[in-house]
Design a protein around this ligand. Structure first.
Ligand SMILES: [Zn+2]
Length: 304
């Protein structure tokens, strides 16, 4: 429950590995894009079209000059444009840095659950991993709620300032120590969160490992990607030259696109260290400054 944020804590690391396996798989690499391999494109926005309901989602990109598409990715876009019967950029357009709209097809977050909840093992493995990922992320939220509940419960037992005589209530650290002591006074709530998380995730991990046994090294599925997240226009690498960022006010929505996933990365995600103790959980959940306010407001009620 220390206040400092650890850059490589367990939950951050899990998120990184999940993204590596299922979201943005291109590794970071420093390079200068060469003409033979890349095409400089002035991309301004992306239009997602749902294959089921035909709904379109438009996402404006933050513009910072041209972006480098790998030739492979650029040719894929050409094929999409041809399929849609839309005019594609020619050499002249590229030279003139004519605005380009990236076209993506897949399934929107309304259609995806129904369509992708199939018995197909390939998709099922991804679906379970996504559930595990949600549990990994939700655990910290749930723990924080429990910690706050415990603090409130404890504050109810404090009705007189004399009960707090051994604490230094004039300093930030003193107040923080008191909040931590109050939360540590009863950790049953947090323990229950952890037990429930472990029961759910251990079962899902075991199921996925079982399913993985007969799978090939890689296969393709529909995987969710937030419309508000950055994207590399090269499948092999990501770098400032190849990356586009949606505008800051983009409302995040999951859009499911066809992509290749690798068994080795999924195994890495499943085998990754997960939170196993109450202490660890509280440390990862972190400290909320709002808790200090709860304490200060409470003290103020009997100081009048
Ligand atoms: Zn749809």
């Amino acid at each position: 429950m220390e206040n400092q944020v650890q850059p490589e804590n367990i939950t951050n690391q899990l998120l990184n590995v999940f993204n590596y396996a299922f979201v943005e798989s291109a590794p970071y690499s420093f390079f200068v894009p060469k003409k033979e391999k890349y095409v400089a494109v002035h991309v301004t926005k992306k239009i997602y079209t749902c294959l089921a309901c035909t709904r379109q989602i438009e996402v404006k990109y933050h513009e910072a000059g041209v972006v480098y598409f790998s030739k492979d990715r650029f040719e894929k876009q050409r094929a999409v444009y041809e399929k849609k019967g839309l005019p594609f950029l020619d050499e002249k357009d590229l030279q003139a840095e004519k605005e380009f709209i990236y076209q993506e097809t897949g399934y929107c977050e309304q259609c995806a659950p129904e369509l992708l909840l199939t018995g197909d093992v390939k998709q099922k493995i991804y679906n379970i991993c996504q559930e595990i990922h949600k549990e990994d992320e939700f655990l910290l939220v749930a723990a924080k709620v429990c910690m706050e509940e415990q603090l409130k419960k404890w504050l109810k037992t404090i009705t007189n300032s004399s009960q707090l005589i051994q604490y230094d209530l004039s300093s930030y650290n003193g107040l923080k120590d008191l909040v931590c002591a109050a939360i540590l006074d009863d950790t049953t709530g947090v323990e229950h969160c952890l037990i429930s998380y472990k029961n759910k995730t251990e079962k899902m991990i075991a199921d996925t490992e079982q399913l993985l046994r007969t799978m090939p090294a890689k296969w393709s599925i529909y995987a969710a990607k937030s419309t508000a997240i950055y994207e590399s226009m090269s499948d092999e690498v990501y770098h400032e030259y190849t990356v586009v960022f949606p505008e800051k006010n983009t409302i995040p929505q999951d859009f499911f696109i066809n992509r290749v996933i690798e068994k080795i990365r999924i195994e890495m995600f499943l085998k990754q260290n997960r939170i196993f103790s109450v202490e660890q959980l509280m440390l990862e959940a972190g400290f909320e400054t709002a808790w200090l306010d709860l304490l200060i407001d409470h003290i103020a009620t009997f100081e009048k």
